[in-house]
Design a protein around this ligand. Structure first.
Ligand SMILES: Cc1cc2nc3c(=O)[nH]c(=O)nc-3n(C[C@H](O)[C@H](O)[C@H](O)COP(=O)(O)O)c2cc1C
Length: 367
């Protein structure tokens, strides 16, 4: 049996062949994401862009300003720990390590789907992180599949209250659901999302819509915005392939084959950012999916994202321990800072438009 280790806690991995509503399904996702080759073969698209080096940068490296705000809270850098886990002892251990790091570095964070704890209230304590991260923008989470099947403001309020969240993510994952044999009927999702956004607006809780890693077009973001979401996370292709993850989790050869067939499905993250920003110049845009370094993060911001997020890189470092996680976040921030210095950007706004398409020369800049 494979053993997952969070710091000094040894945790037996769960066998395949379990009910997706069972919290052990999330343990299986953790195990697969830590140990199996679930990356896309295709890139997230950041390698198609280069920064234009500013030969006369008039910026002080020390004074480069990485700060921004999200859902009313200040962040010391535009980096989020993307939603992944919770609801089990090992999920809690990961989340608490990640939350402590988010607080230390002034980052944002989302917890993984709270569905299990909304269905089984005794699991709610396995999502508790606010005590370790009192100041960070913190996002609650459940799926559009649940919304389509009748969940609404009541469940969203319970999810937010459970963790003391500032906002809630509703995750959209149609292809993942199709592969795992989960929720397959999203009719009427627009009216349900609209009702949810209206109800939570009265509470002052922003609703964000996110993909899980297959990408979001400008048109989809426009339709989500029309429902009243305050922001979107485009979570594009090029990092963790959720079709491949589900192939490894599959309990039948047919589901495994389906997962592998869709292993490369999705729109690269860089393409999503450009398309959404062109369609919705003012929407709050988080970009997840295949960001693996501070240079990727800088490119995501330069293309139009407000905040970049990472899932599996954070998970892997958290698995190694606090020191590895902190060293990784420090390196991401150092790389972002040097990108800004080299591009002549004193703050995040200054980064916009400092990219050029690879091979296009310095005159063809991203707007
Ligand atoms: C172990 C694991 C579990 C995840 N669970 C959730 C989830 O419950 N809800 C959600 O919205 N996204 C979930 N995600 C998706 C990530 O937030 C992210 O969108 C995706 O992994 C792409 O980012 P990456 O390439 O940096 O891994 C999960 C990711 C990982 C690695």
């Amino acid at each position: 049996m494979r053993i997952a280790r969070v710091g000094t806690t040894a945790i037996p991995a769960q066998p395949a062949g379990i009910d997706r509503r069972d919290p052990r399904a999330k343990s299986r996702h953790l195990d697969v994401c830590l140990h199996e080759p679930v990356d896309y073969a295709k890139s997230a698209g950041f390698d198609a862009w280069d920064f234009v080096n500013d030969a006369m940068s008039e910026v002080s490296l020390e004074h480069v300003d990485l700060s921004t705000t999200l859902v009313g809270r200040t962040m010391r850098a535009p980096l989020m720990i993307a939603p992944m886990t919770g609801g089990t002892p090992e999920g809690l251990a990961f989340n608490r390590r990640l939350a402590a790091a988010a607080q230390h570095f002034g980052l944002a964070m989302g917890v993984g789907s709270q569905r299990v704890a909304l269905e089984r209230s005794e699991l709610a304590s396995h999502f508790r992180v606010r005590d370790l991260a009192p100041d960070i923008p913190l996002f609650a989470n459940f799926g559009a599949g649940q919304l389509a099947r009748g969940w609404g403001a009541d469940e969203a309020r319970r999810a937010v209250a459970m963790i003391g969240a500032d906002a809630i993510y509703i995750h959209f994952n149609a292809v993942q659901e199709a592969i795992q044999g989960g929720d397959r009927d999203f009719r009427d999702i627009a009216s349900r999302l609209t009702a949810l956004c209206r109800s939570l607006e009265g509470d002052g809780v922003p609703v964000f819509a996110r993909e899980v890693g297959f990408g979001m077009s400008g048109d989809a973001a426009r339709r989500l915005r029309a429902c009243g979401v305050a922001g979107v996370d485009c979570a594009g292709a090029g990092g963790t392939s959720w079709a491949k993850v589900e192939a490894f989790c599959a309990t039948t050869p047919q589901r495994r084959a389906l997962g592998l067939a869709f292993g490369e499905w999705g729109t690269p993250t860089a393409t999503c950012i450009v398309d959404i920003r062109r369609t919705l110049p003012d929407v709050t845009l988080v970009a997840t999916g295949g960001l693996r370094s501070g240079i990727d993060l800088a490119k995501a911001i330069a293309l139009g994202a407000d905040v970049g997020a990472m899932a599996r890189p954070m998970l892997k470092k958290a698995h190694e321990g606090d020191a590895a996680l902190h060293a990784f976040i420090e390196s991401v921030m150092a790389e972002l800072r040097v990108c800004m210095f080299g591009a002549g950007a004193a703050n995040l706004d200054g980064l916009r438009g400092t990219l050029t398409a690879v091979g296009a020369g310095s005159s063809a800049r991203a707007s």
